[in-house]
Design a protein around this ligand. Sequence first.
Ligand code: RIB
Length: 303
Amino acid sequence: MNRVLVVGSINMDLVVETEKFPAPGETLLGQRFRTFPGGKGANQAVAARRLGAQVAMIGCVGADAFGRELTAQLEGEGIDVRHVRVDVASSTGVAAITVSQAENSIVVVPGANHALSPDDVLAAEQAFREADVVITQLEIPLETVEAVAVLAERHGKPLILNPAPAIPLPATLCERVTLLTPNEHELSILSSVSCDAWRDQLAAHPGRVLMTRGSDGAWFAGSDGTLHHQPSFKVDAVDTTGAGDTFNGALAAFWGSDLALAARLACAAGALSVTRAGAQGGMPTDEELQRFLEAWRPVPEAG
Ligand code: RIB
């Protein structure tokens, strides 16, 4: 199993459940409030770890109760947190999440995640030497992501960039990325072309872009430009928060020579993740994933 280095955000998710999303200016009574560990970086680290990978994390929290709780929770999962820095000048990142009918809307206040600097990444260079694969996202400063890409390249390590939340990326960064994993909206932001053009975009970057498409599963182009489709696994969703992170963490855990196989396992892990509340609540262990796949019987397509 891979040694995975995750460089990314650590948030406390403040989750309210409501029957419907409020309209602008509207006040609603919700059903429940809970806090869950979150942040795309931490979520991907936990997903990879539960599936059996050795995981080290580079991140930043504030000197506050959330920061202490989240660091202890990552450690409790068996993740190496020696490179999670405490920034006394910031508060720990939070995400205000509204969940309704299994869908969510999220506002992230990055806090200490935006204090994670290129120097923090350089200070953890040893972790790059020890990794088999590096994964990062865009909830930390872009210059820090660029430093991650430089170090991954220097040490000859594959780099997965989950471009979420999406912004247009410099070409110098994209050239250093082994695999980009946008959803279709993120791909459209990255490529500045409409969502409808995703097939052409994938074919233009064989084996370099793997696009997730919610209930349609995942797509990428093989070396000859032919599109490969991994259908999703249909389950009863409780909370879709963190499904993409589970997919990405699993992809890193199963990273190897067979992208189609890694995509299948990642889709299955992502499906399981939505069956419980909280971004990390439903993330499966490797045993749970194997049992799910053994029991899986695809529903025949209509017609
Ligand atoms: O991808 C889900 C995550 O996005 C949440 O856990 C939240 O913290 C935000 O970062």
